[in-house]
Design a protein around this ligand. Structure first.
Ligand SMILES: Nc1ncnc2c1ncn2[C@@H]1O[C@H](COP(=O)(O)OP(=O)(O)O)[C@@H](O)[C@H]1O
Ligand SMILES: [Mg+2]
Length: 390
């Protein structure tokens, strides 16, 4: 037994009863190097609680921490007989394992913290990409609204003049009516009509009104589109949606970005209502359409084709822009991948779009021939599996 215990890395202590040490191997003695009576010192290491438990259950198992940072796992086995029995104590140094575990725990906590921070950053990035698109949008919308507002404003100026002339004329008539001889004033009235160009006014007025009404309607239309685009509820919820309407309102919103260089062709097929988060899909359409616009340098064409097959619908947005070199086609959906100059591209549009389409259990694919153009194809299931709330 002695010889065998010497072969062990763990400390071994054998006692008669629980108090009288009989033997300790070198590994055990090494645990109490400074003790005058190492065997007794080892016995004293066993906590009172351990003795109690071992007497009741036959064994005890626990960790002992030393002031110098060492940690020992101690196992006590008690064989009891009427003479008191024998007790075997094993000391296993777990300092290293313990330190490793603590290090792991520390790193785990660190990682978790980083993850939380990353999630926050991602949220911020999504927000800033949204803001960037909204900034682009706002410029377009301001331009679109400015134009009709401009001519409604100038029309109101003309109207004011016309009203002044008309009221002056009415006053004149009134004066004539009250005069003893109204007819005598006719030349003066004729003169006034000529001066104020009343014939022109009566021709111009309806036109002015029609034009102004059209301007106001245009603004109303833009506002309605904006509302459709953002699904003003904001609270994004799954809805059965007409995707053509989403595409159309998105195009209206960004038309200002495209109209000078793009001809648009719609080849809409027949689409059923699709279960989706409409404002998120609109963001996808906007990202892809804006990219298509960016890819077209001088003049080009964007073709929108849609269709349904079995339980899916698909939409293709095809442009005749510069195309995507083959070696970067794999990377365009990566976050932050952009070929645009600093400040004009975030590189997030497609990666966000990819995430949104994936959330819809759909796919987004690209095919492109450099120099000829690109085509983005979005495929979406008509019904969302496992959703009964739509
Ligand atoms: N229709 C397209 N034609 C050519 N290149 C495109 C097109 N769409 C996307 N790309 C390429 O993919 C990159 C990533 O697009 P995106 O994620 O929207 O970021 P960003 O538009 O900010 O660069 C673009 O920089 C561009 O190189
Ligand atoms: Mg983009």
């Amino acid at each position: 037994m002695r010889a065998l215990s010497e072969l062990m890395d763990d400390g071994v202590l054998l006692c008669q009863g629980m108090r009288r040490p009989l033997h300790a191997n070198s590994a055990a003695r090494a645990l109490v190097p400074d003790a005058d009576e190492p065997l007794q010192a080892l016995v004293d290491l066993i906590p009172a609680q351990a003795r109690l438990v071992a007497r009741q259950t036959g064994s005890w198992n626990g960790d002992l921490a030393f002031d110098d940072g060492r940690i020992l796992q101690v196992r006590v086995y008690l064989h009891q007989n009427p003479a008191g029995g024998y007790c075997l104590v094993l000391f296993h140094d777990v300092s290293e394992a313990h330190a490793r575990q603590q290090e792991l725990q520390r790193r785990h906590a660190q990682l978790r913290q980083t993850l939380v921070r990353l999630a926050g950053t991602q949220e911020q990035l999504l927000q800033s990409e949204k803001m960037a698109s909204i900034g682009q949008l706002a410029a377009g919308v301001a331009h679109e609204i400015n134009n009709p507002i401009g001519y409604v404003h100038s029309n109101l100026g003309s109207l004011q003049e016309y009203l002044h002339s008309l009221f002056s004329l009415i006053e004149m008539y009134e004066r004539a009516l009250r005069a003893p001889d109204p007819k005598a004033l006719l030349p003066e009235i004729d003169d006034m009509r000529a001066r104020y160009d009343i014939d022109f006014i009566s021709g111009d007025l309806p036109q002015l009104m029609a034009e102004s009404r059209e301007g106001i309607e245009r603004v109303t239309q833009i506002v309605r589109n904006l509302k459709d685009f953002s699904y003003s509820g904001r609270e994004d919820s799954w809805k059965s949606t007409d995707l053509h309407a989403g595409l159309d309102s998105t195009i209206n919103i960004i038309w200002n970005e495209l109209k000078y260089k793009v001809t648009l062709e719609k080849r809409y097929g027949k689409l059923p209502l699709v279960q989706c988060l409409p404002s998120e899909l609109n963001q996808v359409f906007m990202n892809i359409l804006l990219n298509a616009g960016h890819a077209i340098k001088e003049r080009g064409k964007i073709t929108l084709t849609t269709g349904a097959a079995a339980d899916e619908v698909w939409l293709e947005i095809e442009d005749t822009g510069g195309g995507i070199p083959e070696d970067i086609q794999q990377r365009i959906f990566d976050p932050f991948f952009t070929t645009k100059p600093v400040g004009s591209g975030t590189g997030l549009g497609l990666s966000i779009s990819y995430g949104i389409v994936k959330k819809h259990n759909g796919r987004i694919e690209v095919r492109s021939t450099p120099g000829e153009g690109s085509c983005f194809r979005i495929t979406l299931p008509i019904r969302q599996p496992g959703r009964s709330d739509i």
